[in-house]
Design a binder for this molecule. Structure first.
Ligand code: 5RP
Length: 256
């Protein structure tokens, strides 16, 4: 377990996970239509790759040694009625076969079907613990839920108490409180695409508040220059860059 975690969270206690799992509920997401063309150039700058088994099988060269965070929850789509009423979509045996360094499972705290998603998570944690595989709990937020520090703290702490080894959640005002009350490393999702400058500021603020890093997708691969953007995010996560320094890196790298 510690060995797998150390492949993802680096010696500085930080991590830059590249989230490209969107196809499991969004299909050919903008920027990922030709998955390998977008993602392959980004891999050298990411500490881990979060994706589905289908994307791993079809688009990623197996000789690539980047740690894999395998999405194992799903079952609903963006056009369905119960978005994120997710269940188990990959067996632990297949996760092992695919050499996953960690697995990712979404829970829906506060929604009608929270119980199903939470029991799915705990069942998977039991399976994963048996083989020393860490679990990243993704605290998904429904449209009707208020994204504030109180809610995000509740969902993150619950995920940790239920046995998750890492938590992925959304950055909110007062994020220090979320981090303080969560005993496992927290990474933030990027969320919908926003201007590069704003996304870099959000990553910076999250790190300042104590986050272990980011698990960012659309704000990297939908950027006008994804490679420049991941380099800029990396500077914030691992090199202590300020948002301005990181944005300068983005601009400079974009020129090339
Ligand atoms: C949904 C997810 C996404 O599939 C994805 O990983 C989110 O990344 P981003 O918001 O940065 O595009 O975890 O809950």
């Amino acid at each position: 377990m510690k060995n797998r975690l150390s492949r993802i969270i680096k010696k500085d206690g930080r991590t830059l996970m590249l989230a490209v799992d969107h196809g499991y509920f969004m299909g050919p997401t903008t920027g990922l239509e030709k998955f390998d063309e977008t993602v392959n150039p980004l891999i050298p700058y990411a500490d881990a790759l979060m994706l589905t088994r289908g994307a791993l099988r079809n688009y990623v060269d197996p000789s690539n040694d980047i740690p894999i965070i395998l999405r194992v929850s799903g079952g609903t789509s963006i056009i369905g009625k119960e978005l994120l009423h997710e269940g188990i979509i990959v067996s632990i045996e297949d996760a092992i076969r695919l050499n996953a360094s960690a697995i990712a499972f979404s829970i829906m705290v506060g929604a009608d079907f929270e119980r199903d998603t939470i029991l799915g998570l705990t069942q998977y944690i039991d399976d994963a613990e048996r083989y020393g595989i860490p679990v990243l709990a993704v605290t998904a937020v429904g449209r009707e839920m208020k994204r504030d520090a109180k809610y995000i703290s509740l969902a993150s702490r619950m995920a940790a108490e239920l046995g998750a080894h890492m938590v992925k959640t959304y950055y909110v005002e007062g994020f220090e409180k979320v981090v303080e009350s969560c005993p496992v490393p927290i990474v933030i999702a990027g969320g919908k695409k926003i201007p590069e400058q704003d996304a870099l500021k959000m990553a910076y603020d999250a790190i300042q508040a104590g986050a272990a890093g980011v698990d960012m997708g659309r704000n990297i691969f939908q950027s006008s220059n994804p490679v420049a953007m991941i380099k800029a995010v990396r500077a914030i996560v691992h090199e202590g860059a300020t948002p301005k320094e990181a944005f300068d890196i983005f601009k400079e790298e974009s020129k090339g």
